[in-house]
Design a protein around this ligand. Structure first.
Ligand code: TYM
Length: 332
């Protein structure tokens, strides 16, 4: 059976990278797979979160996912902390994965920065919790943006080592699903840097909550080079900002990057940016309005997540039962 698991950190509003690289693909995949979508609040606290803000962001990100078209009846939508099986399996994986593997994780190096000694232990062990998220449901496919690829390789290595250490064929090796032309949306201020929630400049990203005026302003101010738009794909080489903006246009229009290059060949950035902003507003405004509708009733969001958590637990409990037996724990 094919089962999907994916997650998003409720550390702030979703941005266009999260939407095009992940959430929009989830909306499309929900018809063909059994899916679990998770607000990974245990991951969020690997860096400091104000408790009240974490609650608000968890509801906001849930609202954004619902507004984008995730059906909470068909899929399981819940918060990670609402199912304690994730944390239990993560501990077991802390004892399976090797320190050398975690030392190679580029995301830890980026997030911890120069002051590694002062990073939380949770930030270091983060990938093991991610492996547990996926494998506690024995999920087979994981739709993510490009930046999560290395973590998924670690999840596969961990599944494999668990199976071989215990002499079982228990965990599947989960496959990443990296889909579409926008699996790595870059910052609007620097085409070499990923669009990210943690970037200091709000001008670096389009938030799912931005109004039309803000979206237009951010695209107008987006960094470009002095040339006109390229005539061919070959001419895009070495022009990260042009490639990023054309990639966003292509993803929002559901066409290939080639088609976007052909459409705007030789044009000036100013007119292209205007069209890009109009398109983004047209695509995001309905989601924005629907999100506000959900947020007007936080009780409804909480009820959806609670129901999702119960269904998630019902799926993970039999897996954990077997894991405990495999590892050699006595039944509770
Ligand atoms: P997070 O919260 O950083 O991002 C959520 C999803 O959005 C994708 N994404 C992007 N895609 C394209 N361009 C970008 N600039 C961009 N920024 C983010 C991410 O690839 C991701 O798919 N560790 C994960 C959350 C997680 C998870 C999991 C994912 C926890 N457990 C288990 C899959 C399976 C993270 O921090 O995502």
């Amino acid at each position: 059976m094919n089962r999907i698991f994916s997650g998003v950190q409720p550390t702030g509003n979703l941005h266009l990278g999260n939407y095009l690289g992940a959430v929009r693909n989830w909306v499309r995949l929900q018809h063909d797979y059994e899916c679990l979508f998770c607000l990974v609040d245990l991951h969020a606290i690997t860096v400091w979160q104000e408790p009240q803000a974490l609650k608000t962001h968890t509801r906001e990100v849930a609202a954004a996912m619902l507004a984008a078209g995730i059906d909470p009846k068909k899929n399981v939508l819940f918060a990670q902390s609402q199912n304690p099986d994730h944390a239990t399996l993560a501990w077991i994986f802390n004892c399976v994965a090797r320190i050398g593997w975690l030392n190679r994780m580029t995301q830890f190096k980026e997030k911890a920065g120069k002051n590694r000694e002062n990073a939380s232990v949770g930030l270091y062990a983060y990938p093991n919790l991610m492996s547990a998220d996926i494998l506690v449901y024995r999920a087979t496919h994981v739709p993510v943006g490009e930046d999560q690829k290395q973590h998924l390789e670690l999840a596969r290595d961990t599944a494999q080592k668990f199976n071989s250490d215990y002499g079982v064929d228990f965990f599947p090796l989960p496959e990443p699903l990296i889909l579409g032309t926008a699996s790595r949306v870059m910052s609007l201020r620097d085409g070499q840097k990923k669009m990210s929630k943690s970037d200091e400049s709000d001008y670096s990203r389009i938030n799912m909550t931005d109004d039309a005026e803000t979206i237009e302003l951010k695209f107008r101010k987006a960094k470009t080079d002095p040339l006109a738009l390229p005539e061919t794909m070959g001419e895009l080489a070495g022009r990260p900002e042009a490639a990023n903006l054309l990639g966003i246009w292509a993803a929002l229009s559901d066409v290939t990057l080639d088609a976007a290059v052909e459409r705007f060949a030789g044009q000036q950035f100013s007119s292209f940016k205007k069209e890009l902003a109009e398109l983004a507003v047209a695509k995001l405004a309905p989601i924005n309005a629907e999100m506000r509708r959900y947020l007007a009733d936080p009780g409804e969001i909480d009820a959806i997540l609670k129901d999702g958590a119960q269904r998630a637990r019902a799926l993970s409990a039999p897996v954990m039962d077997q894991v405990q037996d495999i590892v050699g724990f006595l039944k509770a």
